[in-house]
Design a binder for this molecule. Structure first.
Ligand code: CU1
Length: 527
């Protein structure tokens, strides 16, 4: 594949490509913006991760050791907001920016200037959110769900928290508009919808979910704001309002949000597994329909987060049934991934290890999700560490492992170099061992009755909390290895060939699309 003719000057004016910092601030190139998203996500992984380590340090043994209870609550709240909005969503937006145009044969995203704006809102929104920790009364401490009336007891940072959520939402919506317009309008001739790589399909559905869900969150937090500062009482019983209304609004956003996070992960895994099985993806059409039906179902299950608020029985049954229904398209996907591997010429490079790890451990999170869908069981699990264990299996060895697998998979194409395979495997195995030490014992703690979001606990919970905290610090340090591998790969190493992984169908961008301009030997190196 010849890419030597593709230089960078067409993205800018006649003066040619910009250099230095201004290049990154003013870039409209989807690869640059993808890189910015990915680097931002990596930084936030460590910011949110440090907060998790504060939590696990405090929970290492019973009693109050390091932080006061209010700061502990700020840590649990911030950790979640940062990881969801600042880390995993920007990470997948980075993958989308890099890969979608190349996968569908488009020269760039459809709306490149808006693309720049979508990204550059993020550092400011993130900084404002973090700044609330330094304001009088501290940051939000009511959990990332911001349930009133507790969330209305917040300190001076409260309006800043809400404004930063608005900015993060605007960023996501602009990115989604861009992705939808790009996919629907800029596919190369012959690239019909049902030929698009699965990663593109999962992002198309995700973008629609974002456009449907984010405004609902924006509305809900705006109502919190007016309740606090403008004398309304949407959620205040004293004024005739209903705090449960907020829970409905929040989870009407919050459940689709779960799939906003996991669908791109499904997409990445659907790219990796066929490559390292040397086979086509099994059941492509059913994969597409499963993705679409998960997208639809994700909008009619929200109240499974609220079984204990005192809903009518008919409501509980409805949300129990619809929730269990999502297991069907999800199982179709797992079946297809396993069938893709079946009798394939499997090899187990780092991306494949992360994909297989995803398959096993995401399924653990899926099965505990089914357990919680059952109303009478949820009455027992509600607000315990079992819930914490469940969604962390979905999000960490689930979504994060898919993102790490995707990073290893595409790093050679992004940087032009191979990463260190031995270190990559170390990273996978250390992460897998520690992530299970970290989260598996939390199932036992939850079943034994340990509540979540509490800085202290009864002494019978000591042993498993100790194991969990050791797992947390091990997992955190293992991610430093990832940074080292990425830096090493970006700075040099063995050159990647145009066919990085030995796959019969060649590159992911099999369509006439320019390869990354600074990726392969024959391409000019733009600094
Ligand atoms: Cu949910």
């Amino acid at each position: 594949m010849s890419v030597a003719t593709h230089d960078h000057s067409d993205e800018h004016d006649a003066h040619g490509p910009e250099k230095g910092l201004m290049r990154w601030i003013r870039t409209t190139n989807h690869k640059d913006i993808g890189t910015l998203y990915l680097l931002f996500a990596l930084v936030m992984l460590f910011v949110g991760g440090l907060m998790a380590l504060v939590i696990r340090a405090e929970l290492f043994q019973p009693g109050i050791q390091f932080v006061n209870p209010d700061f502990f609550n700020q840590m649990t709240t911030m950790h979640a907001l940062i990881m969801v909005f600042g880390m995993i969503m920007p990470a997948f937006a980075g993958f989308a920016n890099w890969m979608i145009p190349m996968m569908i044969g488009a020269p760039d995203m459809a709306l490149p200037r808006m693309n720049n704006w979508s990204f550059w809102l993020l550092p400011f929104a993130g900084a404002m959110l973090l700044a609330t920790l330094l304001m009088p009364g501290g940051g939000p401490a009511s959990g990332w769900t911001l349930y009133p009336p507790l969330s209305l007891q917040a300190g001076d940072g409260f309006p800043f928290t809400i404004f930063s959520i608005h900015l993060l939402g605007i960023s996501s919506i602009m990115a989604s508009i861009n992705i939808i317009v790009t996919i629907l309008n800029m596919r190369a001739p012959g690239m019909t919808l049902m030929k698009m790589p699965m990663f593109v399909w999962t992002w198309l559905v995700t973008a629609y979910l974002l456009i449907g869900a984010m405004p609902v969150l924006a509305g809900g937090v705006t109502m919190l704001l007016t309740d606090q500062f403008f004398g309304t009482s949407f959620f205040q019983a004293a004024g005739g309002g209903d705090p449960v209304l907020f829970q409905h609004i929040f989870w009407f956003f919050g459940h689709p949000e779960v799939y906003i996070i996991i669908l791109p992960a499904f997409g990445i895994v659907s790219q990796i597994i066929p490559t390292f099985s040397r086979k086509r993806l099994f059941g492509y059409d059913s994969m597409v329909y499963a993705t679409a039906s998960i997208g639809f179902l994700s909008y009619i299950v929200w109240a499974h987060h609220m079984f204990t608020v005192g809903m009518p029985l008919a409501g509980e049954l409805f949300f129990m049934m619809t929730t269990m229904l999502i297991a069907v398209p999800t199982a179709v996907k797992v079946f297809n991934w396993i069938s893709t591997m079946w009798r394939g010429s499997l090899t187990f490079e780092t991306p494949m290890l992360f994909a297989i790890g995803f398959l096993f451990m995401f399924s653990i999170g899926g099965f505990t999700g089914l357990m919680m869908a059952i109303v009478p069981l949820d009455f027992q699990y509600h607000d315990t560490y079992f819930i914490v264990a469940h969604f962390h299996y979905v999000l960490v060895p689930g979504a994060l492992f898919a993102a790490l697998g995707g990073a290893y998979y595409w790093l050679p194409k992004w940087t032009g170099h191979m990463y260190d395979e031995t270190l990559g495997k170390w990273h996978f195995w250390l992460s897998t061992i520690f992530v299970n030490l970290l989260f598996f014992p939390q199932h036992f703690l939850g079943l034994a009755g340990m509540p979540r979001r509490i800085p202290d606990y009864a002494t019978q919970f000591t042993d498993w909390n100790l194991v969990s905290s050791i797992g947390a610090f091990g997992f955190g340090f293992a991610q430093l290895l990832f940074v080292w591998i990425v830096v090493q790969c970006a700075r040099g190493g063995q050159k990647a060939t145009s066919q990085v992984w030995d796959h019969p169908e060649g590159l992911e961008w099999t369509v006439p699309s320019p390869a990354p301009y600074h990726t392969f030997e024959e391409a000019p190196l733009v600094k």
